[in-house]
Design a protein around this ligand. Structure first.
Ligand SMILES: CC(C)(COP(=O)(O)OP(=O)(O)OC[C@H]1O[C@@H](n2cnc3c(N)ncnc32)[C@H](O)[C@@H]1OP(=O)(O)O)[C@@H](O)C(=O)NCCC(=O)NCCS
Length: 207
């Protein structure tokens, strides 16, 4: 990867002295599945991530810890392309690396990529109680556009729908550099429903 998140064939770009961005690969999945199980009560299976890696509508990136000699995944994001929208369907930062700007970094990658792809918006669903994630999205300029009743099959919770209009994107970037620690780590660690092609098909219209 040459720093352009659109370059699917090439692989890794150093973002900071500590972290690099890379295309998600199948060889990352064992590490990702460990982080996934640590972070979510209803973790995605390997197949969900393979969809992000192998399909035309799917896309996945990982953040790598450059201090480690081996390829060490400390965060990841998956999204689906759906007509004029990029839908973020999974984002996670390792518990040991939260509060250092990596979640924001991953979101900025997908927002940049949506711009490169000439998409009109970036959308996502989040549990109403997931305050770290909601703060992250709101600080990037995402707006609450509605709710979807009974979205999360494990608890029956509704989903809050958030959307970023890309004509507003210039206002959305804030300045804390990746790697600088925020404190304290928050208590809320909840889970979004695993994404499927059906979830893509069921996503809100509104072009
Ligand atoms: C949500 C998540 C990805 C955030 O990643 P992160 O790397 O810790 O977040 P960042 O350090 O980039 O923080 C960016 C912003 O998010 C918000 N945020 C992050 N952690 C927070 C916390 N514990 N409490 C409140 N707000 C928080 C803040 O607005 C923060 O900006 P600030 O530092 O300027 O205040 C991470 O907590 C995570 O992986 N959670 C478990 C998985 C999950 O819930 N994913 C989202 C599903 S919708």
């Amino acid at each position: 990867m040459d720093g352009n998140p659109d370059s699917r064939g090439s692989r890794t770009a150093n973002l900071t002295p500590c972290f690099a961005l890379s295309e998600m690969t199948e060889s990352d999945l064992d590490q990702i599945l460990i982080l996934e199980r640590e972070s979510f009560p209803t973790p995605w299976t390997r197949e969900g991530f393979l969809t992000a890696i192998r399909t035309d509508f799917g896309r996945g990136w990982v953040v790598l810890d450059r201090d480690r000699e081996e390829r060490s995944v400390v965060g990841y994001l998956c999204c689906w392309t759906r007509r004029g929208t990029i839908q973020v369907v999974n984002i996670c930062v390792a518990q040991s690396h939260r509060g250092r700007g990596l979640g924001r970094l991953l979101m900025q990658v997908v927002i940049s990529w949506a711009g490169i792809k000439n998409k009109k918006r970036v959308s996502l669903e989040v549990r109403p109680g997931n305050l770290p994630a909601i703060n992250l999205y709101q600080n990037l300029g995402f707006r609450h556009t509605g709710s979807r009743a009974g979205y999360y099959s494990d608890t029956g919770e509704e989903a809050f729908l958030y959307e970023l209009r890309l004509d507003k994107v210039a206002e959305s970037f804030s300045t804390r550099p990746p790697g600088s620690k925020r404190t304290p780590d928050g208590p809320d660690r909840t889970r979004d429903q695993p994404a499927t092609q059906k979830a893509v098909d069921d996503a809100p219209q509104g072009e």
